[in-house]
Structures are given as structure tokens and as C-alpha cells.
Design a protein around this ligand. Structure first.
Ligand code: RET
Length: 273
């Protein structure tokens, strides 16, 4: 075995304990994870309290979907902080960190597959959209997360990392189309356009930050360190998840009458044909 391949083998065989040690020795990275765990814990308790009087089925469904956002988040960040969903990857030739062992918090991309559909479900229910549109947004979003995970994990080819990044962006465009073009009309018809408009802008602006951060961070052109990238995602998460969910739940709790449908009307609802 050559010296280079011995190093590669060692890197790939890094144990969870090695990864944990690396995370804990990086204050910036470690703090970006624990701040979110603490915040998610507080937010979960707050949301339980805020939703205790909600009774109508559709409002309840919005509440459960919204509650799942910090619940997935606390699990996701605990996975990252323990080292379970973080690994060392050896970047392929052509990458700015080619040949180096780079710490990859891939668990983030995996758990977005579960949290972001909940955000879209809550928004779709708020807009009282139809099931085809809801299905489109959620499946395109899952496609975006899974191909984003692939882009982060590929170590065989630098080009293919960016090919998957491009595919993920294409899925993202479909999500943006539904959010910006289809659902505003549905929300208008449902009488929820004011709060929908606020949450739509918050979502679109913040979600655009994620692919930018990916491209600038160690997964992409490596202009930002792992710790700075992680704080970037943590900051975006705080706004895109907790602030978003708080605004939504506060509105639903105060305006339950406006979303008091059965919660089973999806499929027949939506804007005018
Ligand atoms: C990636 C990289 C590949 C290209 C694109 C991405 C988009 C990610 C987004 C993530 C949103 C996450 C949220 C999480 C909350 O729990 C995967 C970074 C387009 C938009 C809101």
C-alpha cells in the first residue's frame, strides 16, 4: 500500500469518536450545533403551549406540521453534535481541498428531507391549495434535499458533485415556482393572503441562502471554513424554521376561524380553475 492510500484508508476508517473529537475541538462548529439544540428545545415547549387551544382539524394539521419542524431539528442537531451524522470525506481532484480530509456534516442534508416538507405542508394548508400542487411542492423539495445530499457525499468526481448540485437547483426552481406563482392565488381565494405573503417572502429569501452557502462552503469552492459554514446554516435555520414557525403558529392561534376547514378538503380546493 502506498503512503497516500494508507492515509486515505485511515481517513475513511475514522471512528465516530474521532469525528466527535474533531467537532468538539472546533468551538465555532460545536457552538453552532448546541445553540440550535437549546433553541429547538425551548421552541418545542413554546409551540405546545401556543397550540393547546387549537381545535379545528385544518388548524390542528398546520400546528402538527409546524411542531414537527423543531422536533426534526432537535434530532438532526443531536445527530450532528454526537458525530453520528458527520464524517470525513476525501475531496476529489479539482476540488479546492483536493486530497484533504474534510469534515462533512451530511446529516444536515439528510434531515432537511424530513423538515422542509413539513414547512411546505404547513404553507400549502395555509393557502388551502389542491393536492396536486401540494404533492408537487413536497416531492420536488425531497428531490432537492436528496440530490443535495448526493452532491455533498460524492468523492469520486468533482464534476459530478456540481452536476448533482445543478439537479438539486432544478428541483428547487420547481419549489420556488409553486411558492411564488401557484400558492399566492390559492391563498388569495382562501382569505389567508396577508400572512401567506409574509411567510412566502421569508421562506423564499432565506431558502435562497442555503445553495449560496453550500457553494461557498467547504462542500463547494471552500471559501468559508466548516465552522463558518455551519454557523451560516444554523443562522438560516433559526430564521427559516423557528421564526417562520412562530409567526405561522401565532397567526393560526389568533385566526383559527380563517383556517377552520376540515383539513380534508385538499384536492377539491385551490384557486379558480
Ligand atoms: C442545497 C445544495 C444543492 C442545491 C440546493 C440546496 C438547497 C437547500 C435548501 C435547504 C433548505 C433547508 C431548510 C431547512 C430547514 O429545516 C441542498 C444546499 C438548491 C433550500 C429550510
Amino acid at each position: 500500500m502506498t503512503a497516500a492510500s494508507t492515509t486515505a484508508t485511515t481517513v475513511l476508517q475514522a471512528t465516530q469518536a474521532d469525528v466527535l473529537q474533531e467537532i468538539q475541538s472546533n468551538f465555532l462548529l460545536n457552538s453552532s450545533l448546541w445553540v440550535n439544540i437549546a433553541l429547538a428545545g425551548v421552541v418545542i415547549l413554546l409551540f405546545v403551549a401556543m397550540g393547546r387551544d387549537i381545535e379545528s382539524p385544518r388548524a390542528k394539521l398546520i400546528w402538527v406540521a409546524t411542531m414537527l419542524v423543531p422536533l426534526v431539528s432537535i434530532s438532526s442537531y443531536a445527530g450532528l453534535a454526537s458525530g453520528l451524522t458527520v464524517g470525513f470525506l476525501q475531496m476529489p481532484p479539482g476540488h479546492a481541498l483536493a486530497g484533504q480530509e474534510v469534515l462533512s456534516p451530511w446529516g444536515r442534508y439528510l434531515t432537511w428531507t424530513f423538515s422542509t416538507p413539513m414547512i411546505l405542508l404547513a404553507l400549502g394548508l395555509l393557502a388551502d391549495t389542491d393536492i396536486a400542487s401540494l404533492f408537487t411542492a413536497i416531492t420536488m423539495d425531497i428531490g432537492m434535499c436528496v440530490t443535495g445530499l448526493a452532491a455533498a457525499l460524492i468523492t469520486s468526481s468533482h464534476l459530478l458533485r456540481w452536476v448533482f448540485y445543478g439537479i438539486s437547483c432544478a428541483f428547487f426552481v420547481a419549489v420556488l415556482y409553486v411558492l411564488l406563482v401557484q400558492w399566492p392565488a390559492d391563498a388569495e381565494a382562501a382569505g389567508t393572503s396577508e400572512i401567506f405573503g409574509t411567510l412566502k417572502i421569508l421562506t423564499v429569501v432565506l431558502w435562497l441562502g442555503y445553495p449560496i452557502l453550500w457553494a461557498l462552503g467547504s462542500e463547494g469552492v471552500a471559501l468559508l471554513s466548516v465552522g463558518v459554514t455551519s454557523w451560516g446554516y444554523s443562522g438560516l435555520d433559526i430564521l427559516a424554521k423557528y421564526v417562520f414557525a412562530f409567526l405561522l403558529l401565532r397567526w393560526v392561534a389568533a385566526n383559527e376561524g380563517a383556517v377552520s376547514g376540515s383539513g380534508m378538503s385538499i384536492g377539491s380546493g385551490g384557486a379558480a380553475p
